[in-house]
Design a protein around this ligand. Structure first.
Ligand code: EPU
Length: 336
């Protein structure tokens, strides 16, 4: 365990915001979690890869940085393997590791920023696959009881960019180890439009999991800014779900409005990126803040923006979308 006072979080958040925390603790093992010093100032915040957090001010309490490392195969048979990653492992490196093992299931989730331990919080998803599709179980430290627990798929109650860890389990469970069930003879998923197109461009007619991963990486690199070049947290808002009759009304003025069915009757998902672009915010900078010029759903720090400036921009965008479409966008990123 490493402990510091007045510690800068600049390199630990992908918006690149230069905020300080009153105390910083780096956790290297589950024993560290079980032996947390009693005098750490509250509130506590648990930090993973820092790729889904917008700090609007210095943090007055303790940031606990979960840096548990390790990965491996927990069990396997001739069809599948249960693979585990410790919470502090980088997500994309973990995906690459499973591809090296020739295991399929998370190739569509290549290049998503963040760590293995934060993937379940958000139920990360992209290109037609969500974490819950391959999730087996996870281990977590329960702050309420001081004990390690094992949580199943059902316990985690995953939904679109949502889980128990954003609701009743928030500030209670610290995810330490995630187990995924991956396939030795995988069925690849290319139904998400952009992948099939990209594979065609790559002139691959009989793709395997490695080809799908390469296609996803090419698509993401072409649209989504790399936090190493331009501070961002991926999609800043969730794609809103609206009533189908609301969509029908909008179609009169916007016949091309993209929309996707949901599992709920009379509810339709509309891409926030499209709504933001139509509202005139794509690539339009105010000071050092903009919605990205190639993917309007991504809020970017063009240089020296503060968290407050980023949040003010997000509020302007939300206001425009409400005025134009009567749709309320909800943040996907945590704001502190
Ligand atoms: N669109 C626009 N303008 C834009 C951006 C998008 O018109 O500036 C339209 C596109 O033309 C398309 C639709 O919106 O018709 C959907 O766009 P895209 O395929 O890029 O996906 P998205 O819905 O904007 C979601 C996820 C991404 C994920 C992609 C691919 C959410 C909040 N975001 O974005 O996840 O990579 O699908 O599956 O669900 C993330 O969560 O950080 C993230 C990047």
């Amino acid at each position: 365990m490493i402990r510091r006072k007045n510690f800068s979080l600049k390199s630990l958040n992908t918006f690149g915001l230069d905020v300080q925390t009153r105390e910083y603790v780096r956790i290297h093992s589950t024993e560290d979690l079980q032996n947390l010093p009693a005098d750490l100032p509250k509130p506590w915040f648990f930090l993973g890869g820092g790729s889904n957090i917008l700090f609007t001010r210095d943090f007055p309490g303790t940031v606990l940085h979960i840096d548990l490392r390790g990965r491996g195969i927990a069990s396997e048979n001739e069809h599948e393997a249960v693979v585990f990653g410790m919470a502090g492992e980088n997500w994309h490196e973990f995906v690459s590791y499973t591809l090296q093992l020739n295991l399929g299931g998370i190739e569509n989730l290549s290049l998503i920023p963040g760590n293995v331990g934060t993937a379940p919080v958000q139920n990360i998803g992209a290109y037609g696959v969500e974490l819950r599709d391959v999730f087996d179980h996870l281990e977590a430290y329960d702050l309420d009881t001081g004990k390690m627990v094992s949580l199943t798929l059902e316990d985690c109650d995953f939904a679109y960019r949502n889980s128990i860890f954003k609701r009743t389990g928030k500030n209670r469970y610290i995810i330490t180890k995630v187990f995924l069930r991956l396939q030795k003879h995988p069925q690849i998923k290319t139904h998400y439009g952009a992948i099939a197109q990209e594979l065609e461009t790559m002139q691959i007619s009989n793709p395997d999991i490695h080809d799908v991963a390469r296609a996803v990486i090419r698509i993401r690199k072409s649209k989504l800014p790399d936090p190493a070049d331009l501070g961002n947290c991926g999609s800043f808002f969730k794609n809103p779900v609206i009533d189908t009759h609301h969509l029908e009304k909008l179609k009169k003025d916007y016949p091309d409005i993209p929309n996707f069915p949901t599992n709920t009757a009379n509810k339709t998902k509309v891409p926030a990126g499209w709504l933001i672009e139509q509202s005139g915010w794509k690539g339009k900078a105010i000071g050092s803040v903009s919605m990205h010029n190639r993917q309007a759903l991504v809020l970017v720090n063009l240089g020296k923006a503060t968290g407050k400036e980023l949040l003010a921009h997000a509020a302007r965008v939300k206001e425009s979308v409400v005025e134009k479409f009567g749709i309320h966008l909800e943040e996907e990123v945590n704001v502190l």
